[in-house]
Design a protein around this ligand. Structure first.
Ligand code: ZN
Length: 450
């Protein structure tokens, strides 16, 4: 096996699982991961400045690679931690063994973190090490920021942002996980689509609580807490958020239109010229995935009531998970929910709030065109792919960097099939060896062309 791939395999074998309560996180795997990186990337460790983030984020890694200029610094991100493996998940090969598995597309490395996100982390380090060996000094300062708690919304990324702000670093652009070179991304489009996240929805959770007297279930009164809560959830389902087609989605449709089979192409080419309202309604009608592209979504996820089947709930509670569209806010979403529920006895509270990220530009003049640079580099390394911005539905650590940088993009230079994308946070996560090496080449190309 290629020696660089062996490094990736070694890091996959280390189960760097972060816990919501940092005191419960086992530090040993993170220390092992750091030791592996030190062993395999000696030039990176020797020539880059390691910035200690202290007790705020003891396991985070932040490095500065001094460039010829510090005018337009670039931040490359990835995260060290992985989501845990559930014993019931039917992994075909063990999650932390990094087996080499023959597939119809060639050999693949199997295991948790191959796609999310050690594949990207090790690819960045491999590219930097290779360029250092070649004697390259990047044209711009390059920061590597590898958080240790992305999956649990921990303090690593905010601490790195604080440190950069303290040093007066205003990045030209930030690149984190998110998009990919996605195969079978859109029905009817044969070519892979390299999707680059230009913004991400805000993941927010609200609780709906109704309290009452409780009591014996043999003598129920009408409109008790469970019935009121049920009515509130039904009303939410009936009053969805308004449709709003954001710029990146219009851009995505425009870019894909020419690659679709003829009847669809005509429809979509027409659609991008039609008013956004009509287009939005058509996307809502086309199914839940496309509906999520054009509006804030909400769904009740947890429900609780009485502790026993013969007891009336004194308190009925539901949590509603929202993904808030760019252009809206936690406050406006809260207003919409209260308005839809329309019941004073249902308390609506914020459990977890994340605002949607601002839109990063995708059509800037060339001089500032970070997106244009990404687009060109993708076209060079993945000539068969269609490049397009999109709105990410999930959250990444890069959202914190929006505070210090207007150009935050989310793209991992890895080819992923539909099946592979579904394996993230699930089971049978794997990366093809050829795809991972191509991913390294992409970072090499990017760093050479800054
Ligand atoms: Zn991730």
């Amino acid at each position: 096996m290629h020696p660089d791939v062996e490094v990736l395999r070694a890091t996959i074998r280390v189960p760097t699982v972060a816990e919501r309560d940092p005191a419960l996180t086992d530090p040993a795997p993170f220390e092992q991961l750091h030791a592996l990186l030190a062993e395999h990337f000696p030039l990176l460790h020797e020539r880059l400045e390691r910035v200690d983030l202290g007790e705020a984020a003891p396991r985070a890694l932040l490095w500065r690679w001094a460039g010829t200029s510090s005018d337009r610094p670039v931040v490359l991100m990835a995260h060290q931690d992985v989501v845990p493996v559930t014993p019931d998940d039917p992994w075909t090969h063990p999650a932390f063994a990094a087996d080499v598995v023959e597939t119809p597309e060639g050999p693949a490395i199997w295991g948790r973190g191959t796609l999310d996100d050690k594949g990207q982390l090790v690819a960045i380090c491999t590219a930097v090490e290779r360029l250092l060996a070649d004697g390259l000094t990047p044209a711009q300062d390059v920061w590597l920021s590898f958080g240790a708690d992305e999956e649990v919304s921990g303090p690593s990324a905010p601490a790195a942002v604080d440190e950069l702000r303290r040093r007066g670093v205003e990045p030209w652009f930030v690149l984190d996980e998110g998009g990919a070179v996605a195969g079978q991304a859109f029905p009817g489009v044969g070519a892979p689509v390299a999707v680059v996240g230009a913004t991400e929805k805000g993941t927010t959770t609200l609780s709906l609580t109704v309290t009452g007297r409780g009591g014996h279930s043999s003598t129920p009164a009408p409109k008790g807490p469970t019935a009121r809560l049920g009515r509130a959830l039904w009303r939410l389902d009936q009053k969805q958020f308004p449709v709003n087609v954001p710029g990146p989605t219009i851009d995505l449709l425009r870019r894909l239109a020419g690659h679709l089979p003829l009847p669809l192409r005509a429809l979509l080419t027409g659609a991008t010229r039609t008013p956004p309202g009509v287009l939005g309604r058509a996307l809502v009608a086309a199914g839940p995935e496309t509906a999520a592209m054009v509006r804030t979504t909400m769904v009740a996820t947890t429900l609780s009531g009485a502790p026993a089947h013969n007891v009336i709930a004194a308190r009925a509670r539901a949590e509603v998970n929202l993904r808030i569209m760019p252009g809206e806010s936690v406050a406006s979403a809260l207003d919409h929910v209260r308005d839809a529920v329309d019941d004073q006895q249902v308390a609506v509270d914020v459990v977890e709030a994340n605002e949607p990220s601002p839109l990063s530009p995708t059509t800037e003049p060339e001089a500032l065109g970070a997106f244009a640079l990404l687009e060109r580099t993708i076209a060079d390394v993945f000539p068969d792919a269609i490049v397009t911005p999109y709105v990410m539905m999930a959250g990444t650590d890069s959202r914190f960097f929006c505070d210090i940088c207007p150009r935050v993009y989310r793209f991992a230079s890895l080819r992923m099939s539909k099946e592979q994308r579904a394996s993230i946070h699930s089971f049978d996560e794997h990366v093809h060896v050829a795809a991972w090496l191509e991913g390294v080449d992409w970072y090499v190309a990017l760093l050479r062309s800054l």
